[in-house]
Ligand binder design. Structure first.
Ligand code: NDP
Ligand code: 8X3
Length: 253
């Protein structure tokens, strides 16, 4: 295949959807994944109509290792040579104190944000190493830099993303495969609606009094990292809204 291929997990909304649009417009063919088949199909159709990109969709849950193995194994040979893996699928659930939180929520976050990311890395990076070409871009978070109230488990998963990204970069240093951690702050997506189990009013309060980032803002940074010259490795980028200073310091009007 002439064009480069970007494999984006969690492309059905928010940052992943923004990345899909950006990479399609930027000359890539796309493999888009998520659990919501109808959204994957609609986005694929839209991007194939609007851009030159060929788009393949894989509908699976990153927590299910067998499903992930089967999905990646089903790729036609021409689609196996993945140039950029954007490990974006992830979520926060709940904002309770650590001694009161829901253990099912914790497991879902750990299984998705840590184990799901590792599964995709384990499946796709060996091919990059074989070809001595590729780029893994993990979506971490400012939440990985320091804990905030009620965010302990989510913050721990994003802290793990930082450590796993650094570990992968060390392991890949002898190769030409690059590894990046993009750490967004407040981004208005479906993230808070999911965190508060569908309570949209509560989700809205997270972005009150501040202009948050958008999925497209983060996609710009991800694409910039992927577009840097081959000898340049953007190791880590913290991207905040202008009136956010850290995970817990936010100036609201
Ligand atoms: P969204 O809820 O809008 O998007 C999350 C995406 O992840 C969806 O496409 C969803 O797809 C996918 N996903 C979730 N769980 C699974 C799963 N088990 N298997 C496969 N796909 C899954 O949120 P964002 O775009 O904001 O979040 C994207 C990433 O950015 C996450 O890793 C999040 O932690 C991170 N982030 C977000 C910030 C924010 O403020 N919004 C800030 C910092 C980081 P589907 O439901 O179809 O499976
Ligand atoms: C998402 C950003 O600050 O809501 O990772 O946890 S935050």
């Amino acid at each position: 295949m002439d064009k480069r291929i970007a494999f984006i997990t969690g492309a059905t909304s928010g940052i992943g959807e923004g990345c899909a649009r950006k990479f399609a417009a930027g000359g890539y063919n796309l493999i888009l994944t998520g659990r919501r088949e109808n959204r994957l199909q609609a986005l694929a159709r839209e991007l194939e109509n609007k851009t030159e990109a060929a788009v393949l969709t894989l509908c699976f849950d990153v927590r299910d290792r067998e499903e992930a193995v089967a999905a990646v194994g089903s790729l036609p040979p021409a689609w196996k040579e993945i140039d950029v893996l954007v490990n974006n699928a992830g979520l926060a659930l709940g904002l309770e104190a650590e001694y009161e939180g829901d253990q099912d929520d914790w497991e879902t976050m750990i299984d998705t944000n840590i184990k799901g990311l590792l599964t995709m890395t384990r499946l796709i990076v060996p091919g990059m190493v074989e070809r001595n070409r590729g780029h893994v871009i993990n979506i971490g978070s400012v939440a990985g830099d320091a804990a905030y109230a009620g965010g302990g488990v989510y913050c721990a998963t994003k802290s793990a993303v930082k450590t796993l990204t650094d570990g992968l970069r060390i392991d890949l240093a002898p190769t030409s495969v690059r590894v990046t951690n993009v750490k967004p702050g407040l981004v208005q997506t479906n993230f808070s609606n999911v965190r508060f189990h569908g309570d949209d009013e509560r989700a809205e309060t997270v972005y009150r009094g501040i202009q948050p980032l958008t999925g497209d803002d983060i996609a710009d940074v991800v694409f910039y990292a992927a577009s840097a010259p081959a000898h340049v490795q953007i190791a880590e980028v913290l991207v905040l809204a202008t009136h956010q200073a850290s995970g817990s310091v936010i100036f609201r009007q």
